[in-house]
Design a protein around this ligand. Structure first.
Ligand code: 8IG
Length: 276
């Protein structure tokens, strides 16, 4: 059986195997915290210093090759020193999205692997569209809650997981304590790859959404279902369709991410030691 098959036949076993491979390659038996760096966030990770280990994700069981610009498909291990404390961070540069059509399993494989590798906290970052008219491009927003519009879940079977505190209140309070200018918002998961129509954005605003994107929600659910605490941070890289009258393009997303990288890096570096 190839490493590709097991992801679909036994996804938790695939995550277990991937975690063992990462432990062996990094020499780190247990990592403490995982970060998934979405588009617009890959350069922010430079703030964590030099990685102790890096490999191509596709060399690890169950990881597919990346397919989007700005999603580089690397796995890194960092050692963060803070006040005598050593924090071991497992960082995923890039992710698989639902719109790639490979199913939900590859979408959540990183976070499942992270939890099997010992991570008790999972930080999910993304670039997104701003629905809330008060948001500016380049503004980071803490995800307070989500709305799933994809009609899919990473869980199968009679697994009725409570999602009341999916985006950990404890962690959100710590992050807001570290940067009191940060706002919170509700993130809608849209399958994509098309952006929304203006009418769809009006619907989303009407049902209580502030942010819209094509990631994060399945990962948050999968990580929470395995017992990890979840933090989600969105970087608003464009106004959602119909908000400004401008058309949307991926280049604008990449540019806004680059412009905000230093601030996002400082935010992550400052916050991580406070969470553990
Ligand atoms: I970046 O406006 C980014 N990702 N669905 N809509 C959706 N996803 C996005 C958007 C957006 N911007």
């Amino acid at each position: 059986m190839s490493s590709h098959d097991i992801l679909y036949t036994d996804p938790l076993q695939a995550a277990h195997l991937a975690a063992r491979e990462i432990a062996q390659r990094t020499g780190v038996e247990n990592h403490d915290i995982a970060l998934v760096m979405g588009s617009g966030w890959v350069e922010a990770v430079d703030a964590l210093g030099m990685p102790r280990y890096e490999c191509n994700a596709q060399d690890i069981t169950g990881f597919l090759p990346p397919s989007v610009e700005g999603h580089s498909g690397k796995i890194r291990s960092y050692e963060i020193h803070d006040d005598g404390k050593i924090i071991r961070a497992l960082v995923f540069l890039g992710r698989t999205h639902l719109y790639e059509g490979k199913g939900i399993e590859p979408v959540v494989h990183s976070v499942r692997t992270a939890v099997k590798a010992g991570c008790k906290i999972v930080i999910l970052t993304n670039a997104c569209g701003g629905i809330n008219k008060s948001y500016a491009v380049g503004q980071p927003v803490i995800i307070r809650d989500h709305i799933s519009l994809t009609a899919t879940s990473p869980l199968i079977g009679a697994h009725f997981v409570d999602l009341t505190d999916l985006y950990s209140k404890r962690i959100r309070e710590i992050v807001k304590g570290a940067d009191s200018t940060l706002e919170e918002g509700v993130y809608v998961h849209w399958r994509g790859p098309t952006y929304e129509t203006p009418a769809e954005i009006l619907m989303m605003r009407t049902i209580g959404a502030d942010l819209v994107g094509m990631s994060t929600v399945p990962e948050a659910i999968a990580a929470h279902a395995l017992g990890a605490e979840v933090l989600g941070i969105s970087l608003v890289t464009n106004a959602a369709a119909g908000v400004t009258g401008e058309k949307l393009n991926h280049e604008e997303v990449i540019a806004a991410g680059k412009a905000a990288a230093a601030r996002m890096g400082a935010l992550l570096k400052g916050v991580i030691p406070k969470l553990l």
